[in-house]
Design a protein around this ligand. Structure first.
Ligand code: ATP
Ligand code: MG
Ligand code: MG
Ligand code: MG
Length: 477
């Protein structure tokens, strides 16, 4: 198999060299010009089947989405828009396709339509670009942490802990449906479902990650996470990927510094290595926004936005300062928020987060020191006795992309907190052991990978940046 990928081929000089290309037909014009795509780039290579050289029976089978193997010579192209083309010597049909039955006709389809054809949408330019960028971001994540000496720890998918205490877990059972243990009233008895113990799919690898950090110093997890979100928003999935670094000897500021450096690093990686795909998506966004009135269009193009983010400091402020800004804002006074900002202690809604980043600061924001009452049990209590060392990072167009904190390392303070929140110590005895045996200050955060990809690609719906979205309405394959 001496196949050359289209991306590599298009970089060469057209000097009559012999090549083999394989891919899927995008279009076939004038019984002569085949636009062939192999997924390595959105660009097609033009294959020329000289008139009279191939028999009609073969030419009839060259239809949109049929797969071909072509051998030929690389020559300069006289057509505009391409430097070279392949003059075909042989054309072999690898797989026929009934072009009329093919769901993706060669025209523009809406993203909603393509979501219903999720099994084929990788073959479009938009999804080609999105998923090559997703790949590159994943690679950059590992490269970043590897360069810094973090250990990649695989935390469990099936677990007994509910890190967030938000009750959004999927239960895991080993029992066949008909043998599901029932309570007296006929409801399912979850206490006996996994070999006799209650278990669920992980909502976060953090607690287990802390076990790694208090041995290796610095670790990260990068894996699938599950939340029984029964909400249909453009930023929530029931199955998503999360990157969770956890670091011993870090305080909240170290944590924020690492998160900011990390986000800039992976964006820079894509700007440098996926230029074509970013440019394609940038142009796509401009085209999409042409339908919107001027004041609804983005102020910056995608590339401009990403370059701005990597070259400027994120805005840092406290929750208390944010509440003051929001309360005094014209939006609040003119009742433009669905949830009015009443005062200190309330949880921020995404409309508030987006106001801060999009209208007020016009850059990513790191919000710190939230009221203890609205955050999870493991966050470190500040000296004021009211706030915890939490941080959320908010991005323009998305809202929350990171949630993190310095963890409570003081055993008594943690035990006291758990008691107040009704979390039994027996459930987390292993977690408390890290505080019993050589406890250290430590911190970490979770970055939602899909939200990051949304930010980098400009895709507005989270269902369009994961290959097989799991939402309350979709789990077909
Ligand atoms: P949100 O407020 O948006 O529901 P969260 O505060 O519940 O998010 P965390 O528990 O802080 O989320 O999880 C860390 C990160 O994981 C979030 O900052 C976000 O980027 C991502 N995330 C959380 N829930 C989802 C989800 N259902 N789908 C996709 N990403 C998610
Ligand atoms: Mg949530
Ligand atoms: Mg949140
Ligand atoms: Mg959060």
């Amino acid at each position: 198999n001496k196949r050359i990928k289209v991306k590599e081929l298009l970089k060469q000089e057209p000097a009559g060299q012999e090549v083999t290309v394989m891919g899927w037909v995008r279009t076939f014009r004038n019984n002569q010009f085949i636009a062939l795509n192999d997924g390595s780039t959105n660009a097609n290579v033009q294959v020329v089947a000289e008139l009279g050289k191939f028999d009609d029976a073969l030419l009839k089978r060259i239809t949109t989405s049929a797969s071909l193997k072509v051998t030929g010579t690389v020559v300069p192209s006289v057509g505009k828009g391409q430097k070279l083309e392949v003059k075909a010597a042989t054309i072999e049909i690898l797989g026929d396709s009934d072009a009329e039955a093919y769901p993706l006709q060669p025209k523009k389809h809406s993203l909603e339509f393509l979501r219903e054809k999720a099994h084929l949408r990788f073959r479009t330019n938009t999804f080609g670009s999105v998923f090559r960028i997703r790949h590159a971001l994943a690679f950059a994540v590992h490269q970043f942490f590897n360069e810094k000496g973090f250990v990649y720890l695989h935390t469990p998918i099936i677990t007994a802990s509910d890190a967030e205490g938000a009750g959004e877990m999927f239960r895991v059972t080993t029992l066949p449906f008909e043998n599901t243990p029932k309570n007296g009233d006929g409801s399912i008895n979850f206490k006996e479902d996994f070999f006799g113990k209650p278990t669920n799919l992980t909502v976060s690898g953090q607690l287990e990650g802390e076990l790694g950090a208090t041995a290796f110093g610095e670790i990260y997890t990068f894996g699938p996470t599950f939340r029984a979100e029964n909400s249909n928003t453009a930023r929530h999935l029931a199955e998503f990927w999360m990157i969770e670094p956890e670091m011993a000897f870090y305080d909240l500021e170290d944590n924020a510094n690492l998160a900011e450096e990390f986000i800039k690093y992976i964006i820079r990686y894509v700007l440098e290595n996926n230029r074509e795909d970013i440019e394609f998506l940038s142009q796509r966004m401009v085209d999409e926004e042409k339908q919107l009135p001027q004041d609804k269009r983005s102020e910056m193009g995608l590339i401009e936005k990403l370059e701005f983010v990597v070259n400027n400091d994120f805005q840092r402020l406290t929750y208390t300062e944010a509440i003051d800004i929001l309360k005094e804002s014209n939006y609040n006074k003119k009742k433009k928020f669905q949830y009015p900002v009443t005062g200190w202690g309330m949880d921020l809604q995404s409309e508030h987060e987006r106001y801060l980043v999009e209208k007020h600061f016009k850059k990513p924001v790191i919000l710190m020191n939230y009221p203890a009452s609205i955050k999870a049990f493991y966050m470190r209590m500040n000296e004021d006795g009211k706030t915890v060392a939490a941080m959320d990072i908010l991005a323009p167009g998305i809202g929350e992309i990171v949630g993190g904190s310095q963890r409570e390392e003081r055993l008594e303070v943690l035990q006291d907190k758990m008691k107040k929140m009704g979390i039994p110590e027996e459930e987390l005895w292993w977690y408390l052991d890290t505080r019993r045996f050589g406890t250290v200050p430590h911190a970490g955060f979770g970055l939602g990978f899909e939200r990051m990809i949304q930010f980098v690609t400009g895709m507005s719906n989270i269902r369009d940046v994961i290959a097989f979205p799991r939402t309350p309405k979709s789990a077909e394959f």
